[in-house]
Design a protein around this ligand. Sequence first.
Ligand SMILES: Nc1ncnc2c1ncn2[C@@H]1O[C@H](COP(=O)(O)OP(=O)(O)O)[C@@H](O)[C@H]1O
Ligand SMILES: [Mg+2]
Length: 264
Amino acid sequence: MIILDNIQVVFGKGTPLQKQALNGVSLTIEQGSFVTVIGSNGAGKSTLLGVLAGDVLPSGGRVTIGNTEVTRKGTAARAGLVARVFQDPLAGSCGALSIEENLALAARRGESRGLTPALGSRRRAHFRERIAELNLGLEDRMRDRMDLLSGGQRQAVSLVMATLAGSKVLLLDEHTAALDPGMAEFIMNLTQKIVAERKLTTLMVTHSMRQALDFGHRTIMLHGGEIVLDVAGDSRKTLEVEDLIAMFRRIRGQTLDDDALLIG
Ligand SMILES: Nc1ncnc2c1ncn2[C@@H]1O[C@H](COP(=O)(O)OP(=O)(O)O)[C@@H](O)[C@H]1O
Ligand SMILES: [Mg+2]
């Protein structure tokens, strides 16, 4: 279970650029629940994930993950609790290292031992097996440098990496937005499979209203650092993409161009 209690985040405090990115966000997420997160640019979506990952420390409020209060703990201290996949396929792995070296590093997240990826034959075989499950043929390229892979292949490997340290919380920040539609669909199906198999508590930020409603159990909308919509169950089942767009319009108090929103 994740509990965010009255979270406040202010960037650039005391400067002309001061920005309240989250304003009193409270959210309880059950273990194994899959929540989709929408909201316009600057709404605070990435900040919310940052607060859970530990790279944004709130100026007020409390963060609890599982049975642990982590409010003041940084990313390193949470590495075994939380895994994250970013929009940029280059952001989550090291291009100069091989696929298997990246996996070895990911498997060690949250451990205090050194950074040298030790790769015995048993671990090699285990990593190869996990990569073979992707059905992308990458199991025969385990020693290829990561930067030889396409964006989609890299996101697929990033998802496998996110599961290796055994963390129970998965944070996805528009992780299919940089991919072509076919690859985006592949990565979404893979995401759903991994989340279900490993019973991960998941927050997925997406620009796609369609994705937000089609995946997961619950949808929240952020605006101006506040939660302005929180739907699950039957009321979510009856929601259509058009309803979400109408809500966006109402909340922003202005008419948006349709193409200002990706509704794919
Ligand atoms: N490191 C930072 N320093 C200063 N301002 C930031 C920083 N990160 C985000 N912001 C600001 O906080 C607000 C929320 O940002 P963000 O959470 O990235 O929005 P979203 O992901 O919903 O587009 C934006 O106005 C953004 O410019
Ligand atoms: Mg963002």
